[in-house]
Design a protein around this ligand. Structure first.
Ligand SMILES: [Zn+2]
Length: 216
């Protein structure tokens, strides 16, 4: 029963990627992990977003073995599962090649925390990890090791794109949307000159207020 709900949620969150213009054609994916069984629901490989339905989502175990579904899982599945194994706090993961953020990744550059919205959401820079090949767990390893020294729920992968984690799939998608929004503004700022850094102390204050007091 829980798993049916997660299939619907993961499908709906995958559809948020084209809706927020974070992906082109079939690139990008969202997964979710069921806290009870540790099973992972993920987008099928190479299926167009408009053709996605909850029953086409693929269910795999935490070691990326297919448990349910007639489609092949996303080619990033082994990396999603690696992240879930090493981040017990993650129950949702999003991956995109969103434009502005991936432009920073092409340079192997972190996105600097020069906006209060970034301090709120990310608690500092969005770090950029090293190069990793697609298909196995290598990307997952870079994501986990890069996030280990950061408050940010988002990480850039050099020459590749964005990975985000969240307490559920929606939170991971939100982090991907905010990553791209901040990357776009900061890209534009960099065309005008040198953005002004925010002090560590003020970043910590922004992040604390946002994570402890903001919202209903
Ligand atoms: Zn990718």
């Amino acid at each position: 029963m829980m798993l049916e709900k997660l299939r619907e949620e993961v499908c709906a969150m995958n559809l948020e990627l084209p809706a927020n213009r974070l992906v082109a054609w079939t690139s990008g994916n969202v997964s979710g992990r069921d806290p009870e069984t540790n099973l992972v629901v993920i987008k099928p490989s190479g299926v167009k977003f408009q053709d996605l339905t909850p029953d086409k989502m693929v269910v795999v175990d935490i070691h990326s073995k297919v448990v349910e579904g007639s489609y092949k899982p996303s080619s990033d599945t082994a990396s999603h599962c690696y992240i879930y194994r090493f981040r017990p706090d993650a129950f949702g993961i999003t991956h995109t090649h969103s434009r502005y953020a991936t432009a920073f990744a092409a340079l192997g550059r972190s996105i600097p925390c020069v906006l209060t919205a970034m301090g709120d959401e990310f608690g500092g820079d969005i770090p950029c990890g090293g190069f990793a090949l697609i298909g196995g767990e290598q990307i997952g390893q870079v994501v986990v090791s890069t996030l280990a020294t950061s408050k940010s729920p988002a990480v850039l992968l050099q020459n590749h794109g964005v990975f985000t984690i969240g307490k559920d799939p929606e939170e991971a998608v939100k982090a991907a949307v905010m990553t791209e929004d901040n990357a776009a503004i900061i890209w534009h700022a960099l065309q005008l000159g040198t953005p002004i850094p925010i002090s560590e102390e003020n970043i910590a204050r922004l992040h604390h207020r946002y994570t402890h007091e903001y919202g209903q």
